[in-house]
Design a protein around this ligand. Structure first.
Ligand code: B16
Ligand code: MG
Length: 208
C-alpha cells in the first residue's frame, strides 16, 4: 500500500527541463559539439557533471578537468538566469491537485531531485513549504540512476521504500526508483517505454 509520494522536480513539477536544454545547447554550440533535443533526453535526471560528460562524448577533442569545471559552472550560470523567469504559473498541470489529494489521504510527500538548484526553484514557484522532505543532488554522492536520492527521501519521511511511489519523467529516474525497490509512475513522452509500473502523459491525467 502506498504511504508516500516522492515527486521528481524537473519535468514533473515544473518544465525546467527546457531551460536545461537551452543552457546546454548554448555551451554545445559555442564549443562546436553536436547536440539536439534527442541527445538531450540522455541528460534528463542525471547530475550536472554527468550531463556534461554525456554532452562531451560527441566532442572532437578531450577536455581537461579544469575546463569541464568551468563549462559546468558556466552552464549553471545560464540556467540560473533562465530560472529567474519562473513563477507559480509554471507549475505543471495536475501537480497542485496531486499534492492536495495526497495530503487529504494522509500520505507523506517529498521531492527527490538531482538538481542542486531545487531550493531556488521551489521558492520561485511558491512550493517551498508544501513537502514533508526535500532531497536534492546536494545531499548524495551518487545521483540518479542510483537509488540514493529516493532512499534518503524515504528515510527522511520514515516510510519503507516499498510503500513509496516515485513520480518521474526521466529514464534515469525510473531506473533509480526500481533500484530503490519503489513503485513508479512515469510521466511524459520520455518514459513511455522504460518499464514504469504506471504511465500517463501528464500528472493531470493520472489517478492517485
Ligand atoms: P542542476 P530532476 C535534474 O533534475 C535534471 O533533470 C537534469 O537535467 C539536471 O542535470 C540535474 O537535475 C542537475 O541539475 O544542474 O540544477 O544541479 O529531474 O532530478 O528534478
Ligand atoms: Mg526530471
Amino acid at each position: 500500500m502506498t504511504q508516500a509520494i516522492i515527486f521528481d522536480l524537473d519535468g514533473v513539477i515544473v518544465s525546467t527541463d527546457h531551460y536545461h536544454y537551452l543552457a546546454w545547447k548554448q555551451i554545445a554550440d559555442r564549443e562546436g559539439v553536436p547536440f539536439d533535443e534527442n541527445r538531450n533526453v540522455l541528460l534528463r535526471g542525471v547530475s550536472r557533471e554527468e550531463s556534461l560528460e554525456i554532452l562531451l562524448e560527441q566532442a572532437s577533442r578531450p577536455y581537461s578537468a579544469e575546463e569541464k569545471k568551468k563549462l559546468a559552472e558556466e552552464k549553471n550560470g545560464i540556467y540560473r538566469k533562465l530560472l529567474q523567469e519562473l513563477t507559480p504559473a509554471d507549475i505543471l498541470p495536475g501537480v497542485v491537485d496531486w499534492i492536495e489529494r495526497a495530503k487529504a489521504k494522509g500520505l507523506r510527500t517529498a521531492i527527490g531531485s538531482s538538481s542542486k538548484n531545487t531550493d531556488f526553484i521551489l521558492e520561485r514557484i511558491g512550493l517551498s513549504d508544501e513537502f514533508d522532505a526535500v532531497v536534492t543532488g546536494a545531499d548524495v554522492t551518487h545521483s540518479k540512476p542510483a537509488p540514493d536520492i529516493f532512499l534518503l527521501a524515504a528515510e527522511r519521511l520514515g516510510i519503507s521504500p516499498g510503500a513509496c511511489l516515485v513520480v518521474e519523467d526521466a529514464p534515469a529516474g525510473i531506473q533509480a526508483a526500481k533500484a530503490a525497490g519503489m513503485q513508479s509512475l512515469g510521466v511524459g513522452e520520455f518514459v513511455k517505454e522504460v518499464g514504469a509500473d504506471r504511465w500517463a502523459l501528464t500528472l493531470g491525467e493520472a489517478d492517485l
